[in-house]
Design a protein around this ligand. Structure first.
Ligand SMILES: CC(C)(COP(=O)(O)OP(=O)(O)OC[C@H]1O[C@@H](n2cnc3c(N)ncnc32)[C@H](O)[C@@H]1OP(=O)(O)O)[C@@H](O)C(=O)NCCC(=O)NCCS
Length: 137
């Protein structure tokens, strides 16, 4: 087992979010693909669509975006958009964060190296924790 972070890494920001899965389900029922396309990247949509029950996976990714926005203290808005933050899965199933140019600019402006997240969901509730870290040089 390898440690999650190299020795000497610094924690620069921390954020969390919890959401009811039904809130995402209702948004999809009201706005359909328009909502999904506004909030989630194509890769995220493909991943969630591949699941037997997609909504907890969508909700966890929604929470991850809000958690990352809290790390930066920007919230989701002009400085960081929904699709600035994209979640994919590593070889063990672990969630990995990809930032777009706007997100990377924000990250680098505070001396951060990367953003880490952890997700969890039940049938009814999803949550995410995010951290901005600076890796040792
Ligand atoms: C920052 C943001 C993610 C907070 O989300 P929220 O759902 O209002 O807040 P939550 O209930 O999850 O969490 C509240 C806590 O977040 C923390 N918080 C508030 N603003 C914050 C910020 N800018 N940075 C970090 N943490 C913040 C506070 O501790 C707050 O608790 P408190 O009011 O008791 O002090 C939110 O403002 C945002 O940008 N949301 C996305 C924008 C949007 O379009 N939402 C509509 C859904 S389609």
């Amino acid at each position: 087992m390898v440690p999650q972070l190299a020795a000497g890494s610094l924690l620069l920001g921390l954020g969390c979010d919890v959401i009811e899965v039904d809130r995402v389900r209702r948004a999809v029922e009201r706005q359909g693909e328009r909502f999904l396309a506004r909030v989630f990247t194509e890769d995220e949509r493909a991943y969630c669509r591949s699941k037997a029950h997609p909504f907890p996976h969508y909700a966890a990714r929604f929470a991850a975006k809000e958690a990352v926005s809290k790390c930066f203290t920007t919230g989701i808005g002009a400085e960081l958009s929904w699709k600035s933050v994209s979640i994919r899965n590593g070889t063990r199933g672990e969630p990995l964060v990809t930032l777009d140019d706007q997100g990377l600019q924000l990250l680098h402006s505070i001396g951060g190296s990367e953003v880490r997240v952890s997700l969890s969901h039940t049938e009814g509730v999803a949550m995410a924790v995010a951290a901005i870290v600076r890796l040792p040089a």
